[in-house]
Design a protein around this ligand. Structure first.
Ligand SMILES: Nc1nc2c(ncn2[C@@H]2O[C@H](COP(=O)(O)OP(=O)(O)OP(=O)(O)O)[C@@H](O)[C@H]2O)c(=O)[nH]1
Ligand SMILES: [Mg+2]
Length: 901
């Protein structure tokens, strides 16, 4: 093979641009030389940095600006051999060669920019041909280009292939940056297929494609991948060096102990530990790895001292380091790393899982299945691994194929594995194919459809022994050494659950607030709850109809009386017909005879209580009669006067309109219908809700990763109390003695509505709210408690305020808005709201001069984003009140100095 001659002027091994290109490009040549520069890690990293791209990415929050080079091999001298000078694929060559290599380090190509959003992937390439200046191996060869999706995929694959080839063919070459470190999860489908054993590549995003992926030996080998999904993490980098070699000084000694970084496994000798790991704010991690999640294989080493630590530091220091290592947030498991029955856990579920009596032991990030009936717990696609507490409300629904069984025998709907079948047969359970068994948490089993238990799986000692042999779990009560009751990380454990009383007069939206809390923070409703709400909607339809029919009768009579009066006052010469007046017997509110018959039947049934028997189900025939009635002009005319029908809810029209859909068999209310469904939903368990509001200070605040500001979620227990149930001196109120705050909800648009206050005495709703607030404040246990006033239904308030004057309510008679030419409904509503809030504050101060504080907030709780912000407001108030309770720090030296006269 002809060798390229090395002219004196062609080579500057310290990185000066080299413009020499072989004249005969077809000639094969070898390009190998000994690198004699300083050790690669000692050379300052030249960060490829483009301020324009950097600014863009900072805006997009996609890629960090520290594409730090990862050095995987660091021989004393680095040789670039032929393997390194492979032909780069054409496309990537083109991409890179079209760019200016301004620094000799970075090639960059900016591709399509669509609507200001770069459809991008960033790829790296090490291509000596395109980066001839980077022959000095200490310089990092990085090519970045931003291109269209298709270009990226192609180029990425090609560049990666060529990079891999180089890496594998030359064990001595250092490799470039790990730019993918912080790709968000949705960067999706980057074609990472194979992984170099010395580089932990970031994960592909499609966790759910895991079963089909052949690259994973076990479906649960996702620990590291899931590790990387936690909010702040980038993938851990594995750094390997020769056996016995210190990663920092390079000295090889197999006899001396080394301290390992919990993230990248780099080993350091006694002399270098402090240099490499600094003050160890997160335990044993090299400085570069601080902020990175630990490697999951090292989780069991957390907090365990080593001899080297004990020799290097004092006892107190070691304790502090290990405490930080065990407790700092970034070293903990996070809910988003655990999937149960195909669903990522929420904070609440994670907490429930870890704090139950029998939590899974040695929990790692991964995909699990869980049978809540009997407590079986296992990795996705595998046999049960342990039996944890049953009836936990975590994860999604258990699927038939959760454990990849192929026996056609089912336990609690899961097709069991062969080894479980063997155990069942041994235990004497008859289970021919297609047997479906129900097993409870004690191991009692029965066949589906048979109402009685056939026995207990684990009652025989021999069965339990066999379970041990087959590595199947047995219930905890049979274990000789009971498992620890909790392994919840201290930092994660919510310090306290704040109990909040949610109070409001009927129709103000308290149930909607509870539903929103469930939707926003608890992952929505169970099937049973949705079904229950569906039934509630069907029952409400009858109620709306009856209210409308009664109102129609009333309006018809009133209209008849009015017409009669007109007729009587009219001179006899001009007949009613002659003046075009409707006859006194029929008017706008009259129904035709057929519909009248239907209407009378509904009213009669209701009066006799017969309608109640239909309440559980809205029949198709009834739905047809109801829609006919609803579409009739008489009912429509009645509905137009809904403001006068005080007990007709706003949503009546919405549901009556879709009565046919609602009566269909397969009707399942969607979230919108669920939120609109009004009525007493307490029987569906919605009268209280527990949820966690995540502290977004850490994720959005100025200290995104700081362990000084640990992640702290606040857990709430919101308990609803309707004004109907409220009476002073009621024993019910004792349930609320320990509330942290009162959330008083009132509907802003109710200023013109009346409500029965006491016997047959109608009172304006705003005045009723005022007196209710007063009564609440009089209750001794609520003295000094903060009150958060949610002014709900701001949307309908905005609509109403320009047509119905606020002075309709006597209390607001002195409202005189500032009028301007450009005034619109929104501005008027804003003024009116400020005025109402001020009135309530004044009143609060008057009746509660020494008590707690009143916080006001306007919202539309049907709107999720408005509700989310409102909950955040509540959270802020609760935290603020908590902070106020804490003792104030004693004045510092400096403050004392400043207060000295
Ligand atoms: N337009 C509008 N409607 C709302 C808003 N909040 C609640 N509603 C509707 O008002 C109706 C009553 O809301 P609920 O949450 O059932 O009221 P409640 O306080 O629980 O009333 P009771 O269950 O009767 O004690 C429902 O139909 C809701 O959809 C809002 O902000 N704007
Ligand atoms: Mg309610």
């Amino acid at each position: 093979m002809p060798m390229a001659s090395m002219d004196d002027d062609m080579m500057d091994n310290r990185g000066a641009p080299v413009n020499w290109i072989p004249e005969d490009a077809s000639l094969e040549y070898s390009f190998a030389e000994i690198y004699t520069g300083p050790r690669p890690e000692c050379v300052p990293k030249a960060e490829p940095f483009d301020p324009v791209v950097a600014a863009f990415f900072r805006k997009q929050q996609v890629i960090p600006l520290n594409p730090v080079s990862r050095i995987v091999e660091h021989p004393e001298s680095v040789t670039l051999d032929e393997g390194f000078v492979k032909d780069a694929p054409e496309s990537s060559t083109r991409e890179l060669s079209s760019d200016k290599l301004s620094t000799g380090l970075l090639g960059k190509h900016q591709g399509n920019v669509e609507n200001g959003v770069l459809n991008n992937r960033i790829c790296k390439d090490i291509d000596k041909r395109n980066l001839p200046e980077a022959e000095n191996a200490a310089d990092v060869e990085v090519g970045i280009f931003i291109a269209t999706e298709a270009q990226n995929r192609e180029a990425f694959q090609l560049s990666r292939d060529s990079a891999n080839e180089r890496i594998s063919s030359s064990g001595k070459v250092m490799v470039a940056a790990d730019l993918f470190a912080s790709f968000p999860l949705d960067s999706g489908a980057l074609p990472y297929s194979e992984q170099e054993d010395h580089i932990s590549s970031p994960p592909c995003s499609d966790f759910f494609g895991r079963r089909s992926s052949s690259s994973h030996s076990s479906t649960n080998d996702f620990s590291e991948e899931l590790n990387t999904t936690s909010a702040q993490s980038s993938p851990p980098i594995s750094r390997k060096c020769k056996k016995g070699e210190c990663f920092c000084c390079g000295k090889i000694s197999r006899l001396h102990r080394k301290e390992k970084c919990l993230v990248c496994s780099a080993k350091y000798c006694m002399n270098c530990v402090i240099k490499a790991m600094g003050s160890m704010p997160e335990g044993r991690k090299c400085c570069k790895c601080v902020g990175q999640p630990i490697s999951e294989s090292k989780r069991n080493k957390l907090g365990k001292p080593t001899r080297m630590l004990c020799r290097l530091f004092s006892k107190l220091e070691v304790e502090q380091i290990l405490k930080a290592e065990k407790e700092c947030a970034v070293n903990q498991l996070h809910p988003e790393q655990i999937y149960v029955n195909g669903r990522q856990l929420t904070s609440r579920e994670f907490h429930e899982l870890l704090s139950c009596q029998y939590p899974p032991s040695k929990l790692k990030p991964g995909f699990y299945w869980y049978d809540s009936q009997c407590g079986f717990w296992g990795k996705d696609g595998e046999k049960p691994e342990s039996i944890i507490s049953a009836n936990l409300r975590i994860g999604g629904d258990l699927s038939e194929g959760a454990s990849s069984g192929s026996t056609r025998v089912y336990i609690n709907n899961r097709e069991i594995t062969k080894v479980e079948l063997r155990m069942l047969k041994f235990a004497g359970v008859q289970c021919p194919p297609s047997t479906r068994l129900w097993v409870d948490h004690d191991g009692n089993y029965q066949e589906e459809g048979h109402g009685h238990a056939r026995g207990c799986l684990w009652e025989k000692v021999t069965t339990r022994c066999l379970c041990h042999i087959l590595s199947l779990p047995v219930p905890n009560k049979y274990l000789s050494t009971p498992r620890p009751s909790t392994l919840i990380p201290a930092y994660f454990e919510p310090a306290k659950t704040y109990k909040i009383l949610l109070f409001g007069i009927p129709g103000c939206g308290t149930s909607t607030i509870i539903k929103q809390a469930k939707l926003l923070y608890e992952g929505g409703f169970t099937e049973e709850e949705v079904q229950g709400i569906g039934d509630l909607i069907q029952r409400n339809i009858y109620r709306y109809l009856i209210i409308l029919l009664e109102a129609r009768e009333r309006f018809e009579e009133e209209e008849n009386a009015r017409l009669k009066e007109i007729q009587e006052n009219t001179p006899s010469t001009s007949s009613a017909a002659g003046w075009g007046l409707p006859s006194a017997k029929s008017n706008n509110y009259s129904l035709n005879s057929r519909l009248k018959e239907h209407a009378d039947w509904f009213l009669k049934s209701d009066a006799c209580g017969d309608l109640e028997k239909y309440y559980s189900k809205l029949s198709r025939e009834d739905a047809t009669s109801i829609i006919n009635l609803w579409n009739d002009p008489a009912i429509q005319a009645t509905y137009k006067r809904k403001a006068e029908i005080h007990n007709l809810p706003d949503v009546a029209g919405h549901f009556l309109e879709k009565v046919i859909t609602i009566s269909s068999n397969g009707y399942t209310p969607d979230n919108h219908d669920i939120l609109l469904a009004e009525g007493n939903s307490q029987e569906f368990g919605l009268a209280e809700v527990e949820f966690t509001i995540e502290d977004d200070f850490r994720s959005s605040g100025p200290y995104p990763d700081s362990s000084e500001h640990p992640h702290r979620d606040v857990r709430y227990h919101l308990v609803q109390l309707s004004a109907n149930r409220f009476s002073e001196g009621s024993k019910l109120l004792r349930l609320f003695d320990d509330v942290e705050a009162i959330l008083f909800c009132l509907s802003l648009d109710s200023y013109d509505q009346m409500w029965p206050a006491g016997t047959d005495n109608l009172q304006n709703k705003m005045l009723l709210n005022r007196s209710m607030l007063n009564k609440l404040l009089n209750y001794p246990a609520f003295k000094g408690k903060p009150v958060v006033l949610f002014f709900n239904k701001y949307d309908s308030f905005e609509e109403k305020i320009s047509t119905v004057p606020l002075s309709t309510c006597d209390w607001f008679s002195d409202f005189c808005p500032v009028r301007s030419k450009s005034q619109n409904a929104q501005m008027l509503a804003e003024q009116a709201y400020t005025y109402i809030a001020h009135k309530f504050k004044e009143y609060f101060k008057m009746v509660n001069p020494t008590g707690g504080k009143l916080y006001t907030y306007k919202l539309n709780c049907l709107d999720q984003s408005s509700m989310r912000v409102a909950f955040q407001f509540l959270n802020d108030v609760v935290i603020w009140e908590e902070v106020k309770k804490q003792p104030q720090p004693s004045p510092s030296f400096f403050s004392e100095m400043t207060t000295i006269p």
